[in-house]
Design a binder for this molecule. Structure first.
Ligand code: AHM
Ligand code: MG
Length: 332
């Protein structure tokens, strides 16, 4: 019952999470705590990102650490912050991250959840003051508690996600997430240090007139893919490509559009990662009424074979994704 769940704009994220939990009398509150842990880490990462232009003058600015060590890169800092928050929170047994080849065991063997995270996506945009993001997926472990999480826990299909979200560090910082009951967006108020509900029950426009793809690679697209791009141009669509997945996705989610990272000759399975980039956004877009596939199969039903698997991504407004799939079907 969605109405029971409706909370007014301006509700803080913490209160929102708490009130949602009250709607599920048997919930233990662990997932709620986990989401709050992620939001806390996001605030810390946001602070680091806002200062990032000062890193090169860190010495003069007095920000060098006591050992006089070099500042670490922001994606490394973000990785450390999120892992630390999830470890301290206690609900997560195992994490997979874009920054780490192997699974990360938190030591919380009683933790019921596993998290897949890209701590800072689009990191080539940091130095030039362009929006970047954090992307996360949450799964319930399938192995028994009391031991470390397993690869099987970390390689579930996207349909098993219990929650997913992203943080966009843009002109405002926002956290957008779903627990399978629609999608809600919260905007950060830095002077108060709080996220406030600003975008309740986000719905993806059924169609749109924006396509987002790196056309610099179009010589290496398949014929079917090139055909779809030609179709977008015939329709008079606008091209918008930031090169920062969260930012491109977020714009298209709110305004309507399609984001594509196709297979190319160089990257036959595309570039983006199934477990901590594609599945999370697929869950969100579907909860908002949109669609996500690899051009043929629903993203959330793809079987992961490795922690860092890649897959092509066609995501956004339902009608646009379906039209792209019509073109892609000619390829198979
Ligand atoms: P990253 O995980 O190394 O930051 O790369 C992911 C980014 C996405 O944010 C973006 O959509 C894509 O790579 C852009 O790739 P390209 O420069 O090939 O268009
Ligand atoms: Mg990434």
């Amino acid at each position: 019952d969605h109405n029971k769940l409706a909370l007014p704009v301006g509700t803080t994220l913490d209160r929102f999470i708490m009130r949602k939990q009250e709607d599920f009398p048997y919930a233990t509150g662990e997932l709620s705590q986990l989401l709050r842990d992620i939001a806390l880490a996001a605030k810390i990462v946001n602070r680091e990102i806002n200062r990032s232009g000062l890193i090169d003058i860190a010495g003069a600015y007095g920000n060098r650490n006591v050992q006089g060590e070099e500042q670490q890169k922001l994606d490394v800092i973000a990785n450390i912050r999120f892992i630390r928050a999830l470890r301290n929170g206690g609900e997560v047994c195992t994490i997979i991250s874009e920054e780490d080849e192997e699974m990360i065991q938190t030591g919380n063997v009683q933790g019921k959840y596993v998290v897949a995270i890209d701590p800072l996506d689009g990191s080539s945009n940091i130095d030039v003051n362009v929006s970047i993001g954090t992307i996360f997926s949450i799964y319930r472990r399938v192995s028994a508690t009391g031991t470390e999480g397993t690869a099987q826990d970390c390689m579930q299909t996207g349909t098993n996600q219990v929650a997913a979200g992203y943080v966009i560090y843009g002109s405002s910082t926002m956290m957008v997430y779903t627990t399978g009951n629609g999608v809600n967006g919260f905007t950060y108020e830095p002077s108060l240090g709080e996220f406030f509900l600003s975008h309740p029950q986000i719905t993806s426009p059924k169609t749109g007139s924006v396509y987002s793809v790196n056309e610099g690679s179009s010589d290496h697209f398949s014929e079917a893919m090139a055909g779809y791009i030609a179709h977008c141009k015939q329709q008079g669509y606008s091209a918008r490509y930031i090169g920062s997945l969260v930012a491109d996705f977020h714009r298209n989610l709110l305004k309507g559009g399609i984001y594509i990272y196709p297979a190319t000759q160089k990257n036959p399975a595309g570039k983006l990662r199934l477990m901590y980039e594609c599945n999370a956004l697929a869950f969100i877009v579907e909860q908002a009424g949109g669609k996500s596939s690899d051009g043929r199969n629903r993203t959330m039903e793809l079987e992961p074979k490795g922690l860092h698997d890649r897959c092509p991504l066609f995501i956004g407004s339902t009608e646009l994704v379906e039209k792209a799939e019509e073109f892609m079907a000619r390829e198979f």
